[in-house]
Design a protein around this ligand. Structure first.
Ligand code: NAP
Length: 324
């Protein structure tokens, strides 16, 4: 293996280090032995404040930036606050990208998402499908902001010779996930429903839809390792991801998907729930399949290592420890 590009005492800023993604990146960096990790809570540094962000970068001079701060939310939040989603993300990412340029940051990893690819993109979704079709209407303002972030990384690379890359993770789960049933993704919702049914001694849980849609899920710790792996690529391989004629982005997934039914069964097994799973066909299924093509990152030598069962167990243990 080649020498990691980030030196053990490099100054590394993890923006959004308390979020699902940022906290996993922070843990991964600590595990890898990095000692100069810069963090600020939202309260300490509002990344929407241009002057404060500029002062922070000027003072701290980070060498590397993981941009995992964003305003994120489910369908309900996105449809209730569309203006906040587009404005806050555009401002926050613009401030961090521009301040990174001024401060001479060596590499920046911008967190994109599989949900900003076209709604009806062929499966598995390849990087080149970005901007090839209409977006999912429910999170369009968020997606447009994120796409603008990728476009900024690409434009900065061309105009200023920067090295900014966008990571496009598939659906994530892990410690620190959102378990609020009104606004959570399918896996935390299943974990919560199953745990509550188990605790109450109930004999069944209701799962939305037919159980047939297929989903790909990646453990946040695996994503974090992929992010560190990318930032540590040697110049030649990192440079190969920043060709001038295509956007600088790379999918991060497992390459495998499972049905919601299999997912619910796995959660039940891990949480030791032996009641019935009842599928409520009157509820919407959503898109039939969502699977990323992760062959680009696989060809560079990275693969996920956490099995779904292990990932669910760790996520469940983390939330159980928090709630007692
Ligand atoms: N979760 C997924 O399944 C998933 C999948 C693919 C991609 N991603 C991408 O990964 C990134 C991070 O997502 P996440 O799930 O980790 O979100 P998250 O858990 O909500 O974390 C986002 C973090 O950003 C911080 N933040 C937001 N606005 C800020 C501001 N103005 N100043 C400073 N900090 C601010 C938040 O702090 P506060 O909470 O204090 O505001 C929070 O700690 C996003 O770009 C998302 O698109 C996530």
């Amino acid at each position: 293996m080649s020498t990691p590009f980030m030196h053990p005492d490099s100054r590394i800023f993890v923006a959004g280090h308390r979020g699902l993604v940022g906290s996993a990146i922070h843990r991964a960096l600590v595990d890898l032995g990095y000692t100069n990790i810069l963090t600020r809570t939202h309260q300490q540094l509002d990344l929407g404040d241009e002057v404060a962000v500029d002062a922070f970068f000027t003072r701290e001079k980070p060498d590397f930036v993981f941009l995992a701060a964003a305003r994120v939310g489910g369908i309900l939040a996105n449809s209730t606050y569309p203006a906040d989603f587009i404005r806050d993300n555009l401002i926050l990412q613009t401030n961090v990208i521009e301040s990174s340029r001024i401060a001479g940051v060596k590499r920046l990893l911008f967190l994109g998402s599989s949900c900003i690819y076209p709604r009806l993109a062929p499966q598995p979704i390849k990087e080149e499908y970005l901007l090839t079709g209409p977006l999912e209407p429910t999170n369009r303002p968020y997606a447009i902001a994120k796409i603008a972030g990728i476009e900024m990384c690409w434009s900065y690379n061309r105009q200023y010779g920067t090295h900014y890359l966008a990571a496009m993770p598939t659906n994530l789960y892990g410690p620190g996930d959102n378990f609020d049933l009104a606004n959570s993704h399918v896996l935390p919702a299943l974990i919560r429903k199953t745990a509550e049914a188990h605790a109450a001694g109930e004999r069944q849980i209701i799962v939305w839809g037919t159980g047939n849609p297929r989903r790909e899920l990646l453990y946040s710790g695996d994503l974090a390792q992929a992010c560190c792996f990318l930032m540590n690529l040697d110049e030649e391989r990192f440079g190969s991801l920043l060709a001038a004629d295509v956007p600088p982005l790379i999918n991060i997934g497992t390459g495998e998907d499972i049905t919601i039914r299999e997912l619910a069964e796995t959660v039940a097994r891990v949480l030791d729930f032996d009641g019935r799973l009842v599928f409520d066909h009157s509820k919407p299924d959503g898109t039939p399949q969502k699977l990323m093509d992760s062959s680009r990152i696989h060809s560079l030598g990275w693969r996920h290592t956490t099995t779904l069962e292990d990932g669910i167990r760790r996520t469940w243990e983390a939330v159980r420890d928090l709630t007692g």
